[in-house]
Ligand binder design. Structure first.
Ligand code: NIG
Ligand code: FE
Length: 421
């Protein structure tokens, strides 16, 4: 058999986290199985993984092939590229003025009810040109990549008119076409009720279902649809109507559920067969059990509960025990979670959600891939998958959440190309 060259061989990896394992999202004890290999290597050709595992085995598998480039990992830690399955990447402006309000005890939902919060970002996003939104989101995406993210989900939801939602989604598409990081697009026209529709939320829901969703579909600008189901935002019935309309058009479904108040959003996620449900701080046991049955991935957002000074955090331990697959994300947005750092999320997931480092890396790789329908391509180091890798200036996995607040990333490989060094 004629064999081509190896484009890149990463060798001398002290700890190689492959995430190899059973297909499907990982739950329960499966979240601790990370396929760790001591003394590993990864061989890459045409942007894909040719072989990954013990260095001797990998070298055997590529024997006789030319090796065009080598990267000596110097005995350090290597994981699959990190995946951020929940961000509000594209938006105008920032909201540091809310910090003072928060310190005075004004709650997140109070700020929103007064026309601030999400609605102030809506003003700034509407006022921004597409190029301005692109430049700002690109800068954030650059930061995410520097911190180890190689695939990122991005939601709209700060336009809340057809044109302004499309503007945000076109920016996400342009980033997907131009940036090293893969961007997965979600339409979230139901992120808040815009001020023009104050008091007539049902009419806005009709605009979302009757006009926005079909147009987003026609233009192919999003793969998923998400809704903020919360007291004072969209009710369970409104959320159900929006997600059903989205499902009928072929969108995958996501829901911001039971973040602040318990509205049985987790139950709704299970009922509708959502691919993921987000936040879930106030989810009931019944809701979590229903999610486990339906195979809905829980996307926990510990940077958000941290930044909102919430009195509680998502019950990741209960989720894991009940068999709910858990993923983690930054929720990067200008209000509740202004951060691009999945490494900060690692620390908060350990300390506030009581997840182990093994569970955390599962949540940020293979389970995050499942949460955005990309597990066939990314999330683990398996033959034929995209060669997305992160090499850290660390010897072992626990060091990442342990030594917090700094960036441990040394090198990032995306689709076989060294993009951060
Ligand atoms: O996921 N919860 C709703 N949406 C975002 C916050 C957006 C904002 O405050 O601008 C979230 O936390
Ligand atoms: Fe969010």
């Amino acid at each position: 058999v004629a064999q081509g060259a190896v484009d890149l061989l990463v060798h001398n990896v002290g700890t190689l986290i492959t995430m190899r394992g059973a297909p499907g999202p990982r739950s329960g004890a499966g979240m601790a199985e990370i396929g760790a290999v001591a003394g590993g290597a990864v061989a890459i050709a045409d942007g894909l993984i040719l072989a990954a595992g013990r260095e001797e085995d990998v070298r055997d598998q590529i024997a006789g092939r030319a090796i065009l480039q080598e990267l000596d990992a110097q005995g350090r830690l290597l994981t699959p590229g990190l995946i951020d399955p929940h961000t509000h990447l594209v938006h105008g402006g920032s909201r540091e003025h809310e910090l003072a309000l928060k310190l005075r005890g004004v709650s997140y939902l109070e700020i929103l009810a007064q026309g601030g919060g999400i609605l102030s970002t809506v003003e700034m996003t509407r006022a921004a040109t597409e190029d301005e939104l692109y430049a700002k989101a690109k800068k954030s995406l650059d930061t995410m990549l520097l911190h180890g993210a190689t695939t990122v989900e991005a939601k709209s939801g700060y336009g809340l008119t057809l044109e302004d939602e499309l503007k945000q989604l076109r920016v996400a598409k342009r980033l997907q076409e131009t940036h090293a990081v893969d961007v997965v697009s979600t339409f979230m026209g139901a992120h808040a009720v815009p001020k023009e529709y104050k008091g007539c939320a049902d009419a806005y829901v009709e605009l979302v279902t009757g006009v926005m969703l079909p147009e987003v579909k026609r233009l192919g600008l999003a793969e998923f649809c998400d809704v903020f189901c919360e007291h004072g935002v969209f009710t369970v019935d409104q959320s159900r109507a929006i997600l059903r309309a989205a499902r009928a058009l072929g969108f995958g479904l996501k829901i911001h559920a039971d973040e602040i108040e318990s509205l049985c959003g987790a139950e709704l996620a299970a009922e509708l067969g959502c691919i993921s449900a987000e936040h879930l701080l106030a989810a009931t046991d019944e809701g979590l059990n229903a999610m486990a049955q339906a195979g809905v991935v829980a996307v926990c957002l510990p940077a958000t509960s941290f930044n909102l000074c919430a009195s509680r955090h998502a019950r990741a331990r209960a989720m894991i025990e009940m068999g709910v697959p858990v993923a983690l994300a930054t929720d990067d947005n200008p209000g509740s979670s202004p951060t691009e750092s999945l490494q900060l999320v690692m620390t908060l997931a350990c300390l506030h959600l009581r997840m182990t480092p093994e569970e955390v890396i599962t949540a940020l790789t293979i389970n995050a891939a499942h949460a955005i329908g990309r597990a066939d391509r990314v999330g683990s180091l398996e033959v034929g998958k995209q060669a997305d890798l992160v090499l850290y200036d660390a010897q072992n996995l626990a060091y990442l959440p342990y030594h917090f607040g700094i960036n441990h990333v040394d090198t990032v490989v995306k689709k076989g190309r060294i993009v951060v060094t």
